[in-house]
Each structure stands twice: as C-alpha cells, then as structure tokens.
Write a protein that binds this ligand. Structure first.
Ligand code: NAI
Length: 709
C-alpha cells in the first residue's frame, strides 16, 4: 500500500501525501511509518538540496492524526510509547541538514500542523480552504506531536496559547501575520512561486523572519500564564482538564530543551488521551460526522425556499437560506416591513464580515437576492416553504391552507413549531406526504442542531430532501419522532420547571444557577429561562402540560411571572433577574411572588432533581421510539442545550452515575414531591436487566418502524 509518493527532481525531493482510498490525508501509524521511510531516503541521499512536503488531495494538506486510532488507545503507557516513536520521526525531519518546506494548500490541522512545524519553512496558498488549527482541545487532548513546544518558539507564546487552548482556525493571511507562514501566494502561482522560494531557501536568500519573542521570557511569560489560568478558571469547568493541562505543559516546557520538553508533553498527553472526557468527545466527533452524511442524495435537491413569518426565528431562517441559496423569497404581512427585516438579517451577517469570512460586497449581494411579497405571489414556483409564525395551532393550519392553494403539488411545507405535534398540524392538509417539522434552534446562525420531524404521512423523499437541504446549509439535523416538544424541549422543560419548583420551596435563585453551572451547563436554569423568554417558555410548558399531564405541571411561579409580564431579558421588567445593561441582579418582584416555605434542600438534591427529571423524560423518548438511539439524545442535548460535551451527553452521564442510583433517587423524589418523578418503564426494565442506555439498545430497536427512512 502506498500512501505517500516520493520523487527527486533536479536535486529537490518531494514527499506527497496521498492516502489510498481516502478523500483526506491523516497521520495513522501506518502512514507515519511510510513517512519515516521516505525521510530515510532523503537522509541517505546527499545530492538532495531541499525537501518539499506536499499533498495531492484537493483542499487538504493533512487533516490531523487518525482519530480512530486515538479512540482505540486505552492505556497511557501504550500512548506514551506511540508518541515517542512519532517524535523520533518528527525530530528526524527537523534535523535534516537541508531546507525543508511544507507547502500547504488546504486544511492543515492538528498533527498535520505539527508536522509542518517540524519543517524549516511553511509556504501557504491563499486558497480560501487553506486553514490551520490545533483542534485537539475539542477532543479533550492537546497537540501531542511537540506542537505545544514548537509553536511557542516559532510564533510566540500568546498566539500559541490562543490557537492551542481554543482550537481556533486561522487562514493563510492570518498565519502569515503571526509568523506561522513564511510565504503566501495563490495556488495558481505555485509552480513559479514555490520553485523560487525553494531556490532562495537553498541559497540562503530568504529574509529572516521574527524569531525572538520577549513575551516568551520571565517576567512577562509568568504574567501571561497567570492571566490565562485565571481566564480558564472563569470560563472552563474544572472537570474538563484538557486546556488546563495544555497550559501547564506549555508553562513547564518554556525555554526547555526539546528532549525534556517532549517527555513532559508526552506524559500529560498520554494521561489525557485515555480519560473518559476525551473518549466522550471523540464519540461525539464521529456522531457529528455520521449525522452530516445521514441521508440519501436526491436527484432534484431543493434550490429555492420561501419563509413565512419573520419574527426572531423567521429572520434567522431567512439569514441561513440567503447565505447558502440563490433564490429566497419571504412573505411579509405588510410590504413596508421589508426594509426593517432585511436590516435585521444584515445584522446577523455582520459577524461574518467582521471576522473576514465574507466581504461587505458579498453580504450585500446575498441580501439583494432576497425577494419579498405581501401576497403569495411567486409562491407557485417555490419548492420549499417554511413557516415560523406564532405558536398557535389554528393560525398555523389556516396558513397551510392558504399555502396549498398557491403552491405546486410537489412543494414541501415545513413548520418551525417548537412544541405542537406535526401529525396534528398536518391533519387537514391535502398533500400530507409533503409536510414536515423542521425545528431550528435560537439563534439560528449559531445553533447547528435542527430537529426534523416527519408526521406519520411524510414521504421518505420529503425527509431526504429536507435533510439534504439542511446539511448543505451547514446544519446537523436529527430525525425524531412526532410528539409534543420533540426531543430537546420535551426534555428541557421539566428541568426548567423543576428549578422553579425548587426555588419556590426556599432555595435561592443564584445558588441554583451556580450549582447547575458548576455541573457544567453553560448557564443556570433561570438565566436560560430569561434568555429564552418566560412568555415563550410558559406557552411551550402549557402545551407540554396539556399533552403529558401530571408529568409536566407548569410550575405556579412561571404562570405568575407570565401573567405579571416578567418575560425575561427581552422585557423592561426583567425575569428571574433584572438587567440594567451592566450587572444582572435578582428580581425582587419575583422573589415576592414565592410561596417560600423555607425548605432548603441539599446541593446534591438540587442538581439531582434538575438532572434526573430530564433523564427520566429522555428515557420515555426512547421507550416511545421518538429516537432510536440514546446517542441521538446525547447529541441533541449537547448541541441544543449546551449539556457539557465532555460528559458525553445526558444519557452517557446517566450511565456513568448508574441507572440503579438514578432509579432509587427518582423513587424517593416521587415520594417526596409527587408523581412527576414517577420512573419510566424503560428505566425500571433496564435496571432489572442490569443494562444501561448504551448496552440496552435492543429494547427499543425491535419496535423501530417508520423512522427507518
Ligand atoms: P415571533 O413572535 O418573534 O414571530 C412571530 C411571527 O409570526 C412574526 O413575524 C409575526 O408577524 C407573525 N405572526 C403573528 N401572528 C400571525 C398571524 N396571525 N398570521 C401570520 N403571521 C403571524 O416568534 P418566534 O419566536 O420567531 O417563533 C416563531 C415560531 O418558531 C413559533 O412556532 C415558535 O414556537 C417557533 N420557535 C421559536 C423559537 C424561539 O426560541 N423563539 C425556537 C424554535 C422555534
């Protein structure tokens, strides 16, 4: 098997990565071994004056180490040994006595970037696909092929910390600016420019680039380390060790000899690589990849869309489709709204322009392609119409009637409803097979998750077309069965509700929020409720109550707040907190509404009540075949609610705690607080059979029916 090509032309050797039967290049053990063999050839041939490392793949230099292999490593000693062997190869590359040049035209990630760092020079194409990053932190590890050592030397401490601790990506221009690239040019000029660069490297005619960074040395580096640690402590949960360990390694290795530094990096890396946090994040990475391919390509993908409703969600959806499609039409209630709506959509584009991902001209061009109507003119030709109007069953149904009277029979009608059953909404439609739920999350531009909900009549073709459309627009859809609230809202609402019950009993708002944040959620339940809006939350909670009865009573406090119009961040009167633009402080008006019986419960119980009520509901979703796999719930809760990814998602966390423990707690809570805690049948069964949400898949797989699209 040959994954790497080797040639010598006019005394210049070129090693070209081109993995067999793969779209991308990655550094598996086998590939690294081959690379080592090629380096030996270079070492032995004294006529070679320079070495160029290139890739034959389109838009990819090297995408990184082989994550499958990292996933399989279970023992730290095994990892340490593997790392030491890889270091030998990279050190061999670094020590070659000739100029070594990585030519990077496309993605250069993780291990790929570390390989490039072991070269003397890095030359980048300005192709927009050229991106450099150390994404390891997102997998619960850090660069382990001496990236934490070579990067600070080459580009200085600050930019290195920025790249390594965040996993952020830089383009060719930025890479050149921070000294990560020695030259940049358009790939079309490669033959001439790269040849020139190599000749200049051989003759020693390259101007010297910055190689001394004052901030790498005491006392400056000490200040930087201290501040960075403080920053991490403020922002990152201490259970997620990777960034803390990366910082520790970089600090310990500053200005140390390579050999000593490598040992320290390898020791810490090999411990991290086998943690459950890292394994959870790797599992999530593969799930993301799987979901992004989870459809059958259609012969006539959707090429135009219309959006009906232009409030918070409508505008987000207009933004999304205008970014990816050329033909977007919006229905306005009044034509005079057009200017304001386009202006709001342009604000969503702003961050792309500011971060140089798009020019202002490109943005204007996209905004100009949006056409609008206050009737339904032009809808005859639309292939996909999504409705994002008020959450009201009757109004929505009326809208579909109106739409069906103008649309082509093949057109798909989608609803962005967040809680109403799709079967109910579609019950009066003529073309039921073309109707589907497409539930985006707020804010649409930042949330990758979309719940796609077929009704019992939705055709397979409609599902596939919608998945294809969403994936082509950069979203990660999951297909879920029809039920009120679908997955995320159905599981999240009982949690928000429970927090309100606990508050009403006597615990403090800030304390509950603090405990849940300390668990790893990005914000506490009250902060979240204020962000979503108490009005929206109350409406959804009421719909869920109607549907699920005793299991989801609306906490009386939420009802009182809704009636008194304490809607959260959006209103002037605030919600659980008041917001004066600077500090948030507890809303005393809300406190005065509490019936507070002075019952203070333990911190442990607060967290358990909030989390276990979600786990119980998630278990019912599995029991009812709303999803067919526990990992989909994990994925939905991570990407839809910010459940800590390193804990692997809600149900992986449940397995970790032990279902028996959860069941016992639920039974106790049921006795103390009532039937909303009654354990689900599936949970009871799993405990009886000594299974958990991972091993017990068989329980629902056999009931699996219409979701097999
Ligand atoms: P919004 O209140 O911001 O916008 C509602 C839109 O509906 C406005 O454009 C309004 O002009 C229009 N509208 C109101 N009454 C109408 C009527 N009788 N006929 C036609 N149009 C009418 O609401 P938002 O938040 O954008 O929600 C829209 C839909 O998206 C709802 O179904 C909601 O459940 C769902 N959703 C909301 C999320 C959120 O976080 N706000 C998240 C996901 C889904």
């Amino acid at each position: 098997m040959s994954n790497i090509k080797f040639e010598i032309n006019q005394n210049i050797a070129t090693i070209t990565f081109d993995l067999e039967n793969e779209k991308i290049n990655k550094l598996s053990f086998e590939v690294l071994k081959e690379f080592d063999e090629k380096l030996n050839l270079v070492q032995q041939d004294h006529t070679i004056k320079a070495l160029v490392i290139d890739s034959a793949k389109k838009d990819i230099f090297i995408a990184g180490a082989d994550i499958k292999e990292i996933e399989q490593l279970k023992d730290s000693e095994e990892v340490y040994e593997a790392l030491m062997n890889i270091h030998k190869i990279f050190n061999k590359l670094e020590n070659l006595p000739i100029p070594t040049i990585a030519y990077i035209n496309g993605a250069c990630m993780g291990g790929g970037l570390e390989l490039a760092l072991a070269c003397k020079y890095r030359v980048l194409s300005t192709n927009e696909k050229t991106k450099l990053a150390f994404p390891e932190i997102k997998l619960g590890i850090f660069p382990g092929f001496a990236g934490t050592i070579r990067a600070p030397k080459l580009i200085g401490l600050l930019p290195s910390l920025d790249l390594i601790l965040t996993g952020k990506t830089v383009d060719a221009k930025k890479a050149y600016k921070i000294n990560l690239a020695d030259a940049i040019f358009d790939d079309a000029q490669k033959e001439f420019m790269l040849g020139d660069f190599v000749q200049n490297a051989i003759t020693g005619n390259l101007g010297s680039r910055k190689s001394f960074y004052l901030l790498n040395y005491p006392p400056f580096n000490e200040i930087i380390f201290k501040r960075t640690l403080k920053n991490l402590e403020d922002k990152v949960n201490s259970d997620f060790q990777a960034p803390f360990k990366a910082l520790e390694v970089i600090k310990a290795n500053m200005n140390k000899e390579l050999e000593i530094a490598i040992k320290k990096e390898a020791e810490e890396f090999s411990r991290l690589a086998v943690t459950k946090e890292s394994k959870n994040l790797i599992k999530l990475f593969f799930l993301f990849e799987k979901l992004n391919k989870n459809y059958e390509k259609t012969t006539n993908p959707i090429s135009n869309v219309a959006i009906f409703g232009n409030g918070v969600m409508g505008k987000g959806i207009i933004w999304l489709f205008s970014k990816y499609l050329k033909d977007v039409r919006i229905k306005l209630r009044d034509i005079t709204q057009a200017h304001g709506i386009i202006k709001d959509v342009s604000k969503i584009y702003d961050y792309l322009v500011k971060s140089r991902k798009m020019t202002k001209n490109q943005m204007d061009f996209k905004l100009n392609t949006i056409s609008y109507t206050d009737k339904l003119s032009g809808f005859k030709n639309m292939e996909f119409v999504i409705e994002a109007i008020v959450e009201d069953e009757e109004i929505k149904k009326q809208t579909y009637k109106q739409l069906e009277s103008v649309l082509n029979d093949n057109a798909i009608i989608a609803t962005n409803t967040s809680s109403i059953s799709i079967n109910k909404l579609g019950s009066e439609l003529k073309n039921k097979e073309n109707f589907i739920g497409v539930h985006f999350f707020n804010p649409v531009n930042l949330m990758p998750l979309v719940e796609v909900i077929p009704s019992k009549d939705t055709s397979k073709e409609t599902i596939n077309k919608v998945l294809e459309l969403l994936i082509s627009c950069g979203k990660t859809p999951i297909v879920v069965g029809d039920c009120a609230g679908f997955i995320v809202n159905r599981i999240l609402l009982p949690y928000l509700n429970e927090a309100a019950f606990i508050l009403n009993e006597g615990s403090k708002i800030e304390h509950i929020d603090h405990l849940i944040k300390a668990f790893g959620m990005p914000m506490g339940p009250f902060n979240l409720a204020d962000t979503v809006g108490i009005d929206v939350g109350y409406k959804v909670a009421s719909i869920l109550h109607e549907e699920y009865g005793y299991r989801m009573p609306v906490a009386p406090l939420i009802e009182k707040m809704y009636e008194a119009k304490y809607f959260g961040k959006k209103g002037e009167t605030g919600g659980f907190y008041q917001y004066d633009g600077k500090d948030d402080y507890v809303n005393e008006h809300v406190i005065s509404m509490l019936s507070n019986n002075g019952k203070i419960i333990s911190d442990e119980e607060i967290v358990q009540r909030c989390l276990y009520i979600m786990i119980n509901e998630a278990s019912r979703c599995l029991e009812e075949n709303i999803v067919t796999d526990a990992s989909i719930i994990d994925f939905a809760m991570i990407t839809g609610t910010g459940f800590p990814a390193y804990k692997g998602g809600l149900l992986t966390y449940a397995n970790e705690v032990g279902l028996k423990n959860i069941l016992e707690s639920l039974r106790k809570f049921e006795r103390d607080y009532g039937s909303r805690f009654a354990p689900s049948n599936l949970l009871i069964k799993l405990v009886e059979q000594h299974e958990d949400f991972e091993t017990g898949e068989f329980l629902w797989k056999r009931w699996f029916y219409y979701l097999s699209y």
